[in-house]
Design a protein around this ligand. Structure first.
Ligand code: GLN
Length: 487
């Protein structure tokens, strides 16, 4: 018998549903896999083995309800930026090292109500600021395809835990690419929903006008199932939208792409892509054409200003969001000589270098002398980029682009902040526009042998559309197989 943790989410859910396996058996298989792989990948900051066992036992005692809960008995992990009641939630920061939230994030509530078992909290760049998970205060995560490389970020722990088969799916957050990019570099599927599709209640804020929670899993259908559970209106998040939730798993049954027009934005397919990335992604485009899609080159002329605009706006929002960590109400407190001294000591000790850099950048961009020159200007660029996307998506059902210019790199090899920020060039535009996007494994790079991801960008609230396109493509693309970096 194949070990239980090797099944995909839908497969194990169905086995649980048919009573062929019990939640505790599935959980033990995942916990054992986690124990065997964690020394190599360090995907998790907190493993909730006891809680998870108690949840599995409770599910077994209550029995499967009718109608069946969508995720009954399925072990999942959750990025450590989503609050979990009674379980430490750190945002991978010293300042929240001992923070135990008194409530669950909306998305976590939804998972639990659907019968899922939260088995661990996953690693990330501190406060989700980064693209490699190297900026975690508790040490980086390694890529299951090659443990000498980064898994991407900031949801690198979530992607690595899925790729290493520790769990069947995970939740991440995507402010500028943090679901799609690690999914791409670890060979998983990840969805960044439309801004407002999933409530941000209980998500530790980074850039509030960008942040979105979304799923990572091994297949498009698995992600669609998770999205169906977490999507929906929540009055506790003022930006949550009351737009009907479509049946995303039904969308995952799409076969063929006839009648679909897919745009290739020239700005995403030009300079800077590694040869193997371009080759794998172009091959996927050819497959889309073979499946009947019409392929059309288009342009998003304002996109080249995206990185500059994003890093001003996201840092500005971060600087205000992180102001609440002052050593007074919760989080780390390092006593100083007086009140101001306590603020300074707590924040200097509690925040890592990158978080401090963003606070400084953002505070500068918002300062009265520079607000118009930086913040207002960046907000205008954001509007232009959103208009570019809207125009392109009037002519096309969806757009295709690579996820990352290169495959997973080695820790420490991209050191200066600007080069790191430039790694996000292919993901950030979508967040500026607030639109949904999905990352799908296109294949393995012919030089590195590492996963290459393809993105599908869709119209606002058309998650079902991009899931359909992704699933048609997924069934025609060569699969990646098992991650090669694990013993
Ligand atoms: N790499 C980007 C940043 O550092 C995006 C991170 C994210 O999406 N959370 O801001």
């Amino acid at each position: 018998m194949t070990p239980l943790h090797t099944h995909n989410l839908t497969g194990i859910r169905d086995m649980l549903g048919r009573g062929e396996v019990r939640p505790s058996e599935v959980l033990e298989s995942c916990l054992e896999r986690l124990e065997n792989t964690e020394p190599q990948i360090h995907a998790c900051l907190t493993v909730c083995a006891d809680d998870a066992r108690a949840q599995a036992a409770a599910l077994e005692a209550e029995g499967r309800s009718s109608p069946a809960k969508a995720l009954w008995g399925v072990p999942l992990t959750v990025k450590d930026v989503l609050c979990t009641k009674g379980v430490r939630t750190t945002a991978a920061s010293r300042i929240l090292e001992n923070f135990v939230p008194p409530y669950d994030a909306f998305a976590v509530e939804r998972l639990k109500a659907a019968g899922a078992i939260i088995m661990a909290k996953t690693n990330l760049d501190e406060f989700a600021m980064g693209s490699s998970t190297e900026f975690s205060a508790f040490g980086g995560t390694n890529n299951p395809w090659d443990t000498a490389r980064i898994p991407g970020g900031s949801s690198g722990g979530s992607a690595a835990s899925v790729a290493a088969r520790q769990c069947f799916g995970s939740l991440g957050t995507d402010t500028g690419g943090s679901i799609r990019q690690p999914a791409g570099l670890c060979g998983c599927v990840g969805i960044k929903p439309t801004y407002g599709r999933v409530s941000r209640y209980g998500a530790i804020a980074y850039g509030s006008s960008f942040d979105q929670i979304g799923p990572l899993a091994r297949t498009v259908r698995d992600c669609a199932l998770l999205l169906s559970v977490i999507a929906g209106y929540d009055p506790r998040d003022a930006t949550s939208c009351d737009t009907p939730v479509r049946d995303y798993t039904a969308a995952a049954g799409r076969v063929g792409l006839s009648g679909i027009t897919l745009g290739l934005p020239v700005e995403y397919w030009g300079e800077g892509l590694s040869a193997e990335t371009e080759k794998a992604c172009r091959a996927a485009v050819n497959i889309a054409a073979d499946l009947g899609a019409k392929i059309k080159e288009i342009s998003l002329p304002s996109l080249p200003y995206g990185i500059a605009a994003y890093y001003i706006l996201a840092s500005a929002e971060a600087s205000t969001n992180l102001a609440r960590y002052d050593g007074m109400r919760f989080g780390l407190r390092v006593p100083g000589a007086d009140l101001a001294g306590t603020y300074v000591a707590s924040r200097s000790k509690g925040f890592g270098e990158e978080a401090q850099r963003r606070i400084l950048l953002g505070t500068y961009a918002l300062s009265s002398g520079y607000y118009d020159a930086y913040y207002t200007k960046a907000a205008k660029v954001r509007r232009l980029i959103a208009e570019d996307f809207a125009k392109a998506l009037e002519q096309c059902n969806a757009l295709l682009a690579p996820v990352s210019p290169v495959t997973a790199w080695k820790p420490g090899s991209v050191t200066d902040p600007l080069s790191q920020y430039k790694m996000d060039i292919l993901t950030i535009g979508l967040n500026l526009a607030g639109l949904p996007g999905l990352a799908l494994p296109a294949g393995l790079g012919e030089d590195s042998g590492l996963p290459v991801g393809l993105q599908i960008f869709g119209r606002a609230f058309d998650e079902a559309g991009i899931i359909g396109i992704a699933s048609a493509l997924e069934s025609a693309l060569p699969g990646l197989g098992e991650p090669k970096g694990l013993l």
